[in-house]
Write a new protein. Structure first.
Length: 442
């Protein structure tokens, strides 16, 4: 559990460094968390020194990330102009749905004919910009510096944009306003994932129509286009809006199903279990699948958190160790926030971490004992059902304060909504939809 306390101290330091951006409550909460981490050290000098070092590292990295570097001269000049500029660049990531449109992340090459460097968030109001990583594109748009709104009660998006590495913003009215200048020279994992995502989407569109197709693309690929407001409102009232996006739970369900299928197949290979643990074989197959699925679904922060935790768990099987939830959560949080300290302000990451921490800590006390010796199939099913109920209650309780803070609402039916919807979507819709789309694409 020491790694968990070190991670807590790091997060506290990061929150204190970003107090101006996150609000004074974050600084107070960070100081309290740091105090708890030190109290857990029980007075041992080395145990106190290590959490202090992690707290300092989080504060230093957070303060460094908060400093805004000066923009490239060509970019700074474009910010002062009121007319549209000719923009050329290479797609780094995207496209991703924003609810009201789409967005591409573009590495700038030239602005108005002059060389430029920086990362552009290019928004598209209508249409779908079907450009993949590595493609060179061009358009005309007015560039804006990254700055947030100061509307009361509305979250400031500046921190989220900067956490994504975006240096400038621009927008076009229609996807047809963007032209493809050159195709990429090679492949790469992101390019391959983009082509797979396109093929899976086309397979769903060929065989499924209407709201069913929109729901499949949302739950399997994270593509929220086509979801009607009635469906959105229904899932929101049920407290299960996470089902409408590719969350960490989606990735965990797919990875677990693949792991169990491969392990069952490895057990049945003659003499193989004598030489290698079938769980290690399943983990070796699941690890690259986890990474590729995270790329295909758009690399959302909650999906990356789940991918890191699952990779740690699968890696434990490869070296003959047993994974533990606490260190896995701590390691995933440290990797994500050390790489991008500003991500601590992302509600998706906060909700994702709060839910898994709630399940790891709260569900253990609510659920039954793990031992299933001496009980039949019905007893095991009841025990599994009660563990699922306990996990749902724990995750709901852990995330309710964050949901109320960020979105100004509380869903009292959330436990019932999740109990009804999560098993159907995670155990049926997602794996069957993904397998069917893959078969159709092939």
């Amino acid at each position: 559990m020491r790694l968990a306390w070190w991670s807590v101290a790091f997060i506290a330091g990061d929150a204190c460094a970003l107090a101006d951006a996150l609000g004074w409550r974050a600084a107070v909460a960070g100081a309290l968390i740091a105090g708890l981490a030190l109290a857990a050290a029980r007075g041992h000098r080395l145990r106190v020194a290590v959490p202090l070092a992690f707290f300092a590292a989080g504060a230093l990295l957070g303060a460094r990330a908060l400093r805004t570097p000066p923009p490239h001269p060509a970019l700074a000049e474009a910010f002062t102009r009121d007319d549209a500029q000719a923009i050329e660049g290479t797609v780094a990531r995207g496209p991703e749905s924003t609810g009201t449109g789409a967005r591409l992340i573009v590495a700038l090459d030239r602005i108005a004919g002059a060389p430029a460097t920086g990362t552009l968030g290019l928004s598209v109001v209508q249409g779908w910009p079907d450009f993949g990583p590595g493609e060179r594109i061009a358009c005309r748009a007015r560039l804006h510096a990254v700055r947030g709104t100061r509307n009361p009660g509305v979250p400031d998006p500046t921190l989220t944009l900067r956490a994504a590495g975006i240096d400038a913003l621009a927008g076009v009215a229609d996807a047809d306003a963007i032209s493809r200048e050159a195709a990429p020279d090679g492949g790469g994992p992101r390019r391959l994932a983009f082509r797979a995502r396109r093929a899976l989407r086309a397979a769903i569109d060929r065989d499924v129509r209407g709201e069913a197709a929109a729901f499949l693309k949302t739950s399997v690929l994270g593509d929220r286009r086509g979801i009607g407001p009635d469906v959105e409102e229904g899932f929101r009232l049920a407290g299960a809006t996470h089902v409408l996006s590719v969350s960490g739970l989606h990735l965990a369900a797919v990875a677990a199903l693949l792991f169990f299928l491969v392990r069952a197949a490895a057990v049945r290979v003659p003499r193989l279990p004598l030489y290698v643990d079938p769980r290690a074989v399943a983990a070796a197959v699941a690890l690259p699948a986890i990474a590729f699925f995270a790329l295909v679904t758009g690399e959302a922060i909650a999906t990356l958190r789940s991918a890191l935790m699952l990779s740690i768990g699968m890696g434990a099987y490869l070296v003959g160790r047993r994974a533990s939830a606490g260190p896995a959560i701590a390691a995933a949080a440290l990797v994500l926030l050390a790489g991008s300290p500003l991500e601590i302000g992302d509600p998706s990451l906060q909700l994702s971490l709060a839910s898994v921490v709630g399940i790891a800590l709260g569900a253990r006390g609510l659920g039954p004992r793990r031992s299933s010796a001496g009980i039949g199939l019905g007893g095991r099913l009841l025990a599994w059902l009660w563990r699922f109920v306990a996990a749902t209650i724990a995750a709901t309780a852990a995330t309710a304060p964050l949901v109320a803070h960020h979105f100004g609402e509380v869903a009292p039916l959330s436990p019932l909504g999740n109990l009804a919807l999560v098993p159907i979507v995670e155990l049926a819709v997602v794996p069957v939809g993904l397998a069917g789309a893959a078969a159709g694409a092939l």
